[in-house]
Design a protein around this ligand. Structure first.
Ligand code: DAT
Ligand code: MG
Length: 140
């Protein structure tokens, strides 16, 4: 597998509890390199655009309101097999089902407030990175 880039979010529940460093350390320990990072506050419209794939799900309103409730940290992660590696270190969406040692097992509060986002494939990684970062902001 070649070197890839993926997109990560440290979500409101985590920034609120001052876990940005602890979560970034877990990503780095997994072999991922932070090649872009910024702290932002999403508008409701941005959250709705970002999560548009879930617009018909019953939790869409709750999810998009939550994502605007506190600042987030958006990052581009680079490394060998970065997309799958990030999903692995994140753990399952529901922290009750997340494996020992994963970010969600350690830090997530619930299926909604689950501390991190990670792209689920090469196409979404590319799209999500381009939504938040210009090429000049990514320094490998
Ligand atoms: P993931 O973040 O693991 O890729 P997803 O893409 O299926 O999971 O869902 C996006 C986010 O939506 C997820 O991180 C939290 C929220 N979510 C998913 N399923 C949910 C549910 N059943 N109840 C409440 N929030 C949910
Ligand atoms: Mg997803």
């Amino acid at each position: 597998m070649a070197v890839q880039r993926t997109f990560s979010i440290i979500k409101p529940d985590a920034t609120k509890r001052n876990l940005t460093g602890a979560i970034t350390a877990k990503l780095e320990e997994a072999g991922l390199r932070v090649v872009a990072s910024k702290r932002i506050r999403l508008t409701l419209e941005q959250a709705q655009t970002f999560y548009a794939v879930h617009k018909d799900r019953p939790f869409f309103g709750e999810l998009t309101e939550y994502m605007t409730s506190e600042p987030i940290v958006v990052q581009v992660l680079e490394g060998e097999d970065a997309i799958a590696k990030n999903r692995e270190v994140m753990g399952a969406t529901n922290p009750a089902e997340a494996a020992e040692g994963t970010i969600r097992k350690e830090f997530a509060l619930s299926i909604g407030e689950n501390s991190v986002h990670g792209s689920d494939g090469p196409d979404t990684a590319k799209e999500e990175i381009a939504y938040f970062f210009s090429g000049l902001e990514i320094v490998g």
